[in-house]
Design a protein around this ligand. Structure first.
Ligand code: FAD
Length: 452
């Protein structure tokens, strides 16, 4: 039988080869990465995923695993001629158990997971601006972080178990809510962050947490990065703190312009956004604590009602969207140790302008974790591939010279693959290759992602 017939038989009625339908699976969120798949398949169960993978392995056809396609490093973009295995139809969900766990299909979105959690009086604790589309399987595969890592950890800390299908079609079932379970190699944690290169995750067991109540959101505008770094210990000591984010004033003004909403503080210098529970403290003591730490009250805005909080957060959350309406950026997600943050942020403009003097740099990120989202927009038109590559090199070289990480939370994907050796070295890359060869000996899963 021809491969196309085998694929149709593996997932009856779930395969499309229609060019218009395939178009939305073929390009990434940033529009920087694209490919030409031979088909898109949307299996509805782990067993159907197994049949599809078995067929692809037997015929040596590459598979690109795709969840919500919100990844920012090109990992979910099909290689030419591959089958896109979309997980979006894996939508089962069980009840929330007595210990606050829930097992959901990989295609459930993060917003849907949060609603399920909220109905039972919990939060999932993972907050990404892409949560309407990003899936639980994608979050597991990239070990997604987001705004609330400070309190709830990244996806790895929230996931106690999962089910996944190996390229051979064998199913590894570790759906467990047991957090104490020392029974051999930790396959769950191996697959978390593996970016779809070892297996397809079909279900995830998520540990929910009790949310803070009555939140407060505080925005602080500092004259420069040094003043903000100096204030960080004061901010981190606020009670029930669960997020501390940052953005350059210019990034905040970009959102104000894009949304037509004026900023509550001068959109200059360096902004920090913090969120915390307020049931024990309230707005007044928070203001006092910040002022006693040397902050200027005229540069602090506090939002208490849900509508005010949403409006204030939007100046941070809508930055990515406002950049994307301005052009196709080179995007990098990096981190440096806290003590080198100021020096790094102070040097990056020169590094970028040494490659392209007209490039426009937009910086923001997760302040509590010294995580920097670097966005470089062309002065006009789009970057030629060699210029984009040189810009990436300039920034990542700077990151390594500051003892940082070339990927704080988005992963390696296709975008940073050639840099992985510089970060992890030959021995560790060889150890990763051993794992890849053992799980996926025919190398059909996500070729070109993470490893060569
Ligand atoms: C506006 C915006 C804001 C963002 N903010 C953040 C942020 O704060 N923190 C953060 O960490 N990320 C952030 N991201 C990046 C992205 O949303 C996350 O990486 C998310 O986890 C990807 O989920 P997804 O379902 O879209 O995965 P996809 O983009 O579809 O896939 C990402 C990778 O995971 C693999 N994969 C997906 N599903 C599976 C599966 N079931 N089994 C095996 N492999 C799979 C894919 O092959 C690919 O390599 C943001 C993105 C956008 C567009």
């Amino acid at each position: 039988m021809e491969f196309d017939d085998v694929l149709d038989a593996a997932a009856p009625g779930r395969v499309t080869r229609d060019a218009d339908v395939m178009a939305s699976y073929s390009v990434d969120w940033t529009r920087r990465w694209s490919g030409r798949p031979r088909a898109v398949v949307r299996p509805e169960s782990a067993e159907q995923v197994a049949d599809v993978l078995r067929a692809c392995t037997q015929h040596g056809v590459a598979v690109t695993v795709q969840g919500g396609n919100t990844g920012l490093v090109g990992g979910a973009v099909p290689s030419d001629g591959s089958v896109v295995l979309s997980t979006r139809a894996l939508r089962s969900h069980g009840p929330v158990s007595a210990d606050g766990s829930v097992t959901v299909g990989a295609g459930v979105t993060l917003v849907e997971l949060e609603s399920l959690a909220a109905e039972a009086g919990y939060t999932a604790g993972l907050s990404l601006a892409s949560g309407e589309s990003a899936t639980v399987g994608g979050a597991a595969s990239t070990n997604a972080g987001g705004a609330r890592v400070l309190r709830y950890g990244s996806a790895r800390q929230r996931i106690s178990g999962l089910r996944a299908v190996m390229p051979s079609g064998d199913i590894v079932d570790r759906r467990t809510s047991l957090v104490k379970d020392n029974t051999g190699y930790d396959l769950t944690n191996l697959l978390i962050g593996s970016e779809g290169t070892l297996a397809v995750i079909t279900d995830v067991t998520w540990k929910l947490v009790r949310p803070l109540t009555d939140h407060l959101v505080v925005a602080m505008s500092f004259p420069d990065v040094r003043a903000a770094v100096a204030a960080l210990p004061t901010i981190l000591q606020l009670p029930q703190i669960d997020a501390v984010e940052w953005a350059e004033g210019a990034a905040v003004s970009r959102v104000a312009e894009h949304s037509g909403t004026p900023t509550p503080l001068p959109a200059e210098g360096f902004w920090v956004f913090a969120e915390m529970g307020s049931s024990l403290v309230g707005a007044e003591p928070v203001l006092e604590a910040l002022m006693s730490g040397g902050l200027d009250s005229s540069r602090i805005a506090i939002a208490e009602s849900a509508a005010e909080r949403r409006a204030l957060w939007s100046f941070r959350e809508r930055i990515t969207e406002s950049i994307s309406t301005a052009g196709v950026p080179v995007k990098l997600d990096v981190g440096v140790p806290a003590e080198r943050f100021e020096e790094f942020v102070g040097s990056i403009t020169d590094a970028v302008h040494s490659v392209d003097a007209d490039a426009v740099l937009v910086l923001f990120g997760h302040f509590a974790e010294s995580n920097i989202h670097v966005n470089i927009l062309p002065g006009a038109g789009t970057f030629a591939d060699d210029v984009a590559g040189a810009l990436e090199d300039a920034v990542l070289e700077l990151v390594l010279s500051h003892d940082g990480t070339i990927s704080a939370e988005h992963g390696i994907g296709r975008a940073k693959r050639r840099w992985l050796i510089r970060q992890r070295g030959e021995t560790q890359l060889a150890a990763m290759a051993l794992l890849k060869n053992a799980w996926d000996p025919h190398r059909i899963l996500n070729p070109g992602v993470l490893l060569d």
